[in-house]
Write a protein that binds this ligand. Structure first.
Ligand SMILES: [Zn+2]
Length: 328
């Protein structure tokens, strides 16, 4: 037993400790989150009233992320676990189910935001796979809904701070509304025929419905592997026929094959979109879900021939200082 204790202590000291809450010195609620956009929304709603700790490192592929065993210790400390749901982080949910305290709830934000009739299936998330597109957080009205669910969850957990959670959520929703207004202003400058998206990783399905874009395809195959030579040839034809001025890739999923498709189809390949890796570093003003969406939609607007000034001029500095832990 002594050897085992020594071994466990050694393991914890040697870097597999992962992100941890500091509950020994801190009696605030421990809110464990998954991807960084959700961490950012939780940080905005809670401010300094809670310890918010993310699990999925920024830049990791959240769709295939398997938490290390050390994440179990963090999940055991959680007062609540906030996940996106809709199949995005099932391995984290399984680990949370196995390790959480009996009182800690697991709140699946996407599952509570839309019901089954609103799920979108597409080429990356086909109906045959049984898992709908989980990317609700790229659609600002759904970001507001996430923040309301987090507010209500926190009030349930920590009712003494009802007024503060309410005020912080209101301030955050106001910033998201300003983003929404700037997006609509910018998108109106894109020629109507070019409000079409061909993306590598289809993170924009719900956004497209809300803001009048047509998703003409996603180049990613549903198992996240590279396309075959036959698929590449088909994609070149698809891109050429589409007439779009640009196609979009994700910085988390670099793909020389897609650069080649862009070159052979003679359209710009813009490979910098981000669906869950926040811009800049923790503590920077742009390092937030609002900074993320501003970046993506200013990039899309400019690449499709529009004027992104309204988005560029938006102040994205969080209304509440972000003290969350974002594993890198
Ligand atoms: Zn994604």
């Amino acid at each position: 037993v002594a050897a085992l204790v020594l071994l466990l202590g050694w393991t914890a000291a040697c870097g597999d400790a992962g992100p941890r809450a500091d509950s020994a010195r801190d009696d605030r609620p421990v809110v464990v989150t998954t991807v960084s956009p959700i961490t950012s929304i939780a940080a905005a709603v809670t401010g300094d009233l809670a310890q918010v700790v993310g699990v999925v490192p920024e830049g990791a592929n959240s769709h295939t992320f398997e938490p290390p065993p050390s994440t179990a210790a963090l999940l055991a400390e959680a007062d609540v676990v906030l996940v996106n749901g809709l199949g995005l982080e099932d391995p984290v949910i399984d680990l949370a189910e196995a390790n959480r305290s009996s009182e800690a709830g697991i709140v699946a934000l996407a599952d509570r935001t839309i019901d089954e009739g609103e799920w979108i299936y597409d080429s990356s998330f086909p109906r045959s796979g049984g898992v709908p597109n989980p990317h609700l957080w790229t659609n600002p009205p759904m970001v507001v809904r996430y923040s309301e669910i987090i507010r209500d969850t926190m009030i349930g957990l920590d009712p003494a701070h009802l007024d503060e959670y309410t005020a912080k959520q209101e301030a955050f929703a106001g910033q998201v509304d300003a983003l929404d207004t700037a997006m609509r202003t910018a998108f109106a400058t894109i020629p109507a025929a070019d409000r079409r998206l061909l993306t590598y990783h289809d993170a924009y399905a719900y956004f497209a419905v809300e803001y009048g874009f047509e998703i003409i395809g996603a180049m990613e195959v549903s198992d996240f592997s590279e396309p075959t030579p036959g698929e590449v040839a088909d994609l070149i034809v698809q891109v050429r026929d589409s007439g779009v001025p640009a196609i979009f890739g994700s910085e988390v999923f670099p793909s020389p094959v897609l650069a080649q498709i862009g070159a052979e189809a003679d359209v710009r390949y813009v490979d910098v979109l981000r669906d869950d890796d926040l811009p800049d570093q923790p503590g920077d003003p742009d390092h937030s879900v609002i900074g993320l969406l501003r970046f993506d939609y200013a990039t899309i607007t400019a690449a499709l021939g529009g004027d992104p000034t309204a988005l560029d001029e938006l102040d994205v500095t969080p209304a509440v200082a972000d003290g969350a832990t974002y594993p890198q």
